[in-house]
Design a protein around this ligand. Sequence first.
Ligand code: CP
Length: 320
Amino acid sequence: MTAATSVRFAHRHLLGVEGLSPDEITLLLDLSESYIKQSRAADKKATLLRGRTIINLFFESSTRTRTSFELAGKRLGGDVINMSAEVSSVKKGETLIDTAMTLNAMHPDVLVVRHPDSGAVKLLSEKVNCAVINAGDGTHEHPTQALLDALAIRRRRGSLQGLTVAICGDIMHSRVARSNIHLLTAMGARVRVVAPPTLLPACIDRMGVEVFTDMRAGLRDCDIVMMLRLQTERMQGSFVPSIREYFRFYGLDYAKLEVAKPDALIMHPGPMNRGVEIDSEVADDIDRSLIREQVEMGVAVRMACLDILTRNLQSNEAAT
Ligand code: CP
């Protein structure tokens, strides 16, 4: 048993970062490291999940999360089924719970679920026998995104402790922001949120962050700049006067980045809207942008999550 696996991960599901201890987060990050190596090798296939069934159930569109969970499951030797709500019986009026119960009857081992409603994944987890991973629920949490972001930062900076991270943009509608705030504060980073007042949720300061409405003030001397997309699909009405105005005041370009630390790293969970929240040149800066590395880390982190949760299933199966 490695040092990483000597910490117990006492959760049947992964529904959020909130509630994970620093040791549990470190366990997942350490385990992910070994899966980076496996993903870079010519032979990427292992047998850890042989005989296990993973269902990706997506009620919202996705490129990175869905593909990386599929790759993660397959690289560990599991059988992976992808289900999109668009082509399922949800279109014929079947409810979330009935869909979950139907899939549960087929004895999957892990359900990976993305849903537009906050709390929907937790509700579903209460109705099934398998492990459930939240692949993003409404504006609530996207735990594997925060874990992959943490892994990308830790690999460049050695530790999260003591770093100043500015999360900028549409904080109000961002599950990525919420999961990152939980994770980064738990791991000893200082978190700032930077947004126009219309895109800041009420009581955000209660999450232990510093709040800025001026981009330059928020970016001053920070180590990491994490940009977020305007989530127009979750907005009713307009939250910014115009895209042009938004980019002028809140879009990340080299002029605004100048006030951050000279070696500050740039992150974005994707999908990016170039010229809206981030300038193309900054996004593609090979020395400072971690965006592609984030995508790579996504597969490793999801392999680690599938590993840990199925390990827990194994202990439960052995006990019954
Ligand atoms: N970051 C993220 O969740 O991307 P997708 O929507 O493409 O999965």
